[in-house]
Design a protein around this ligand. Structure first.
Ligand SMILES: C[S@@+](CC[C@H](N)C(=O)[O-])C[C@H]1O[C@@H](n2cnc3c(N)ncnc32)[C@H](O)[C@@H]1O
Length: 325
């Protein structure tokens, strides 16, 4: 529930409250410390966005290299502003990290940063359809060439599937009623825009909790459109293979569903269940947590950048002793 507050902030506070630039990087100092940068090392920022974290990493490299991923064409355009021979932008989904790094000749790296979710720029660009503050087509694709939009989901999913995503990804209490309302409304007319959707759900919106409810609906749709949970799982599973022993994994999540995956994977090398043991009873897990608990932004940072409020930062190190599975 705490994480939902994040969506309140980003959807309902004015744009000027957050940024005068593409995106203000969250917990920059903590992320850099977490990466434990070797100036000659090889690093990956899998969520380039406006490049705030990437630029700071590059400043700390001498002969080292930085590879940055983003699936958004606007982020790719931002990457062109960086002129450094140490920098390579990879226009791809981070769920394919291993394959792309290999393609670019970087089999093993010393640190990986993931600052999950969407950028302030994406939220604040009305036509991307991420924000309930604007009226626009129901889109919500991070990758503008993606095959599925929020409009497809709203107009084509069965009641059961809508119920499942609203409940699972939005943690909405009246998920079935909301799903049924969408299904009934679209029998008359397709639901194309944000205002169409709000109109359909108006009757079912808990009184006094309208903002929270719509933030939850939007969170659910965005996760489904971009297959965010699946992409995160696939990415995390590849990180032990990509990292050199002693290499760092630094991940910042903005809602509890993502943070839970990250936490479990770091704890056990799996998304559920206990840590496996070898014959001698030693833990068989590829990563060691560096921090006891998730790191959160300071009050001062949250005041300056409300987006930082719900961020949970976790840092892990690739174990020296466990071979890649
Ligand atoms: C929170 S922003 C990153 C902001 C960045 N750290 C900065 O300082 O500007 C997240 C970015 O990651 C991208 N992204 C999210 N999931 C992705 C994925 N699975 N593959 C590639 N890019 C992704 C989004 O398009 C967005 O630009």
């Amino acid at each position: 529930m705490f994480f939902i507050f994040h969506y309140f902030c980003i959807y309902y506070l004015p744009k000027s409250a957050f940024m005068s630039t593409y995106h203000v990087p969250v917990m920059l100092k903590e992320c850099l410390e977490g990466l434990n940068i070797n100036p000659e090392g090889i690093y990956v920022d899998v969520t380039f966005g406006g490049g705030g974290h990437s630029r700071a990493i590059l400043e700390r490299l001498t002969t080292g290299k930085l590879y940055a991923f983003d699936q958004d064409a606007d982020a790719k355009a931002q990457s062109k502003l960086i002129e450094s021979k140490n920098f390579t932008f990879i226009d791809a989904n981070f769920r394919n990290i291993k394959q792309y790094l290999r393609l670019f000749g970087a089999k093993k790296v010393d640190g990986i940063l993931a600052d999950l979710g969407i950028s302030s720029y994406q939220i604040d660009t009305p036509e991307r359809g991420f924000s309930t503050r604007f009226n626009a087509d129901l889109d919500m694709r991070m990758n503008q060439n993606g095959a599925v939009t929020a409009k497809n989901i709203i107009n084509e999913y069965s009641v059961d599937r809508l119920h499942k995503i609203l409940g699972m990804y939005g943690e909405i209490h009246n998920a079935r009623t909301s799903a049924q309302a969408i299904y009934t409304a679209r029998l008359n007319k397709s639901i194309d825009t944000i205002n169409d959707l709000k109109g359909v759900l108006q009757k079912h919106t808990p009184r006094g909790k309208e903002n929270k409810y719509f933030a939850q609906v939007f969170q659910a749709l965005r996760i489904e459109v971009n297959e965010e949970m699946l992409a995160l799982e696939e990415f995390l599973q590849q990180t032990p293979e990509v990292l050199n022993p002693g290499g760092r994994l630094v991940v910042m999540a903005y809602h509890s569903l993502e943070d839970r995956l990250v936490k479990n994977f770091i704890r056990s090398g799996k998304f559920s269940g206990d840590v496996e043991k070898d014959l001698f009873g030693n833990d068989l897990k590829p990563l060691e947590s560096i921090t006891r608990k998730a790191i959160e932004a300071s009050d001062e940072e949250v005041q300056q950048n409300p987006r930082a409020r719900s961020a949970k930062l976790r840092i892990a190190e690739r174990s020296e002793s466990v071979e890649n599975k």
